[in-house]
Write a new protein. Structure first.
Length: 142
């Protein structure tokens, strides 16, 4: 186990890991679990850097995540109600990041959140070709 906190970065054998802010609650059975985070994985072999935004809403410092780490793969929540919705998530992808690949997440897992990524794809407009919709259990190489 490697202890970390928001803003920290550690170096592991094949990659570095940095924790970024995320705007979300974090509790279990009524106990506060501390701040929510996103994570950036930076491969040492020159591969594409991945930003997993975690459960989050929009915040303007996402632009600094792009500037600091230049992630090319974004795992972005689109489910709405508990995270960003399709419109806001697409705005983040278009305005704050220069992703090569966007994987929408946190949609369709229970009835009160966005059930398909269709609205996200529409909102992405001309950048919709960068979006990869994954099925549960599916893996991809990045």
């Amino acid at each position: 186990m490697e202890p970390m906190n928001t803003g920290g970065r550690i170096s592991l054998e094949d990659f570095d890991v940095a924790l970024t802010p995320a705007l979300h609650s974090s509790s279990l059975d009524g106990y506060d679990l501390g701040p929510a985070n996103g994570v950036v994985v930076i491969p040492k072999d020159g591969g594409r850097t991945v930003y997993h935004a975690g459960d989050t809403g929009l915040f303007s410092d996402m632009k600094l995540i792009e500037e600091l780490y230049t992630p090319r793969v974004g795992l972005i929540p689109i489910g709405d109600r508990f995270t960003m919705g399709p419109h806001t998530a697409a705005l983040v992808c278009r305005k704050f990041f220069d992703f090569d690949l966007v994987v929408p997440m946190h949609w369709g897992s229970f009835p009160i959140i966005e059930q398909t990524p269709d609205n996200f794809l529409k909102e992405m407009g001309r950048k919709a070709d960068q979006v990869r919709i994954m099925k549960p259990g599916e893996t991809i190489e990045v």
